[in-house]
Design a binder for this molecule. Sequence first.
Ligand code: PMP
Length: 413
Amino acid sequence: MLIEHLKARLAAIEARGERRERHRAQTPTATRQTMRRPDGGKRELLMFCANDYLGLASHPALVQALADGAQHHGAGAGASPLVSGHSELHHRLEERLAAWYAPHIPGARVLGFSCGYMANIAVLSTLCDADTEIFSERLNHASLIDGARLSRARVTPYPHADLCTLRAQLMQSQARIKLIATDAVFSMDGDIAPLADILMLAERFDAWVVVDDAHGFGVLGARGRGTLERLGLSSPRLILMGTLGKAAGLAGAFVVAEPTVGEYLLQAARAHLFSTAVPPALVQAQLTSLDLIEGPDGSVRRERLALLQSRLHAGLARLCAQHPALGWHAPRTDTPVQPLIVGDNAAAMDLSERLARAGIRVAGIRPPSVPAGTARLRITLCAGHTRDDVDRLLQALQACAHGWSPPARPAGR
Ligand code: PMP
């Protein structure tokens, strides 16, 4: 019965044009990947789909820190944090991040997690219960959505960046505890949430604000501390999740909150309590990554990224203006995530495949990752890209646009 049931579901995914495949990359860096060809040969692709925004994943200092960390502390933590897995290095990482965030969240306490997905699940499922109403931004990452589901709280979605609706919902709410959950930088759109206004609403209606800064950490703000630094925000009502798997170039995540929330998460977050602590070698590399992010190397990388962003957006805007009949659309973002919205699922995937044939890999994104009718290329930039890389992408897109005839749409797409 299970197999028949799953086959029917798989067929439905196929019919919607949403079937996905994993590419087997070899020796990936943020900007180049070597792929094995069916004939056994190798082929290098120029990449615009990694989240390694600062290009730190292949930084020699991080590679060295991982090796040194394993040499000195072994390969694994051996136990969950409250048993014996929490080391001096884990403590240093949390203290260091607490100092980074103290100007933004008074008395900041930090708790480490194995990844951002688990950290978001932990925050919402631990802090919320049936007495809570979660106001959830419609474009939130899956991990916030899943955390809200697990919490058994009442979940009220609000449309993307629609603060009038959010305000009305907060005003009507009878819940004892109110919590607004939002991505800081939306992962598929690259825009930044209006956090200053959201915080004002939170203060007015006595709500808390959970902010997922997966795509802002390391990239935004003069010292790379993320969206709170960029927007100059400070409030004890903020509960922030940052991942170390994107701009920090590694893996792992952390949650920052005011002291009582932080202590409660330590005591009660099941994803922290009942899961093996991340390897100390990884934590050593995470500390090195923080050095790089806040040092001159990080500043130079962020500046380079900003220049590339402007060049890419200007080129895409020209492309869309030259080919209005295509209906392509490239909203300006102030982050390294730049969408080119195509609309139709099959058309977006076809564009991605055409680029791949030209040696360029850009992820085509379809529902359910984005709303129906907004399939797109999600172009991500890395400080390691050159201006020539960006120009090559723009030229390849021009070539696609000139000869563009969208693929025939099979029924159901
Ligand atoms: N939040 C957002 C907005 C993300 O894009 C991601 C990763 N795709 C996560 C959370 C999960 O982070 P991690 O990869 O560290 O699990």
